[in-house]
Design a protein around this ligand. Structure first.
Ligand SMILES: [Zn+2]
Length: 168
């Protein structure tokens, strides 16, 4: 475990710098890519250039990205070679609620090394069906546009970090 964390902190400084130039927010409504100035986004709400809806506040991964059937493909593309973790959940699911703070912590600590997203399976049946989500919570891990791992059921944070780290 110590080895994993050491490796993560080495990668962190490089990617933090990269992030300054890559503040791209995918609109969950229409899927358009929006370039957002981080300092401006902190003081005022960013608006999608295409559909004019409000964009999610964070571009640097401090909160999980909300993925929908509409935005799934562009979120996957934007993650590139960074591992993308998608927490598939539903509001009525108790274990999903227990997982929520862990997923939020992972997003807050990501620093651009990986991308954390959430998919409401009730509202987005197309994507949930595409990846055969039959039990929730299920976490899907993608890399370079491909599904590379799947964690079914409530998981410890350490376990999720280890699985993510194996794709970095
Ligand atoms: Zn939009």
């Amino acid at each position: 475990m110590r080895e994993v964390f050491n490796r993560l902190s080495v990668a962190e400084s490089t990617i933090r710098r990269e992030n300054l130039f890559m503040a791209i927010v995918i609109c969950p409504n229409c899927g358009a890519k929006n370039r957002v100035d981080d300092s401006r986004a902190a003081s005022q709400k960013a608006i999608c250039g295409k559909c004019k809806r409000e964009l999610p506040s964070s571009s640097a991964g401090s909160t999980p990205i909300v993925v929908t059937d509409v935005s799934f493909a562009s979120t996957l593309a934007a993650a590139g070679d960074r591992p993308l973790l998608i927490d598939c959940w539903a509001p009525w699911c108790g274990p999903c609620r227990m997982l929520t703070p862990i997923v939020e912590e992972l997003a807050a600590e990501s620093a651009g090394r990986y991308v954390v997203a959430k998919l409401n399976t009730d509202e987005n049946p197309r994507t949930a069906g595409q990846f055969n989500i039959s039990a929730i919570p299920t976490m899907l891990i993608f890399k370079n546009g491909q599904l590379v791992d799947r964690l079914v059921g409530l998981q410890s944070k350490v376990n999720i970090v280890q699985r993510l780290a194996s794709f970095m």
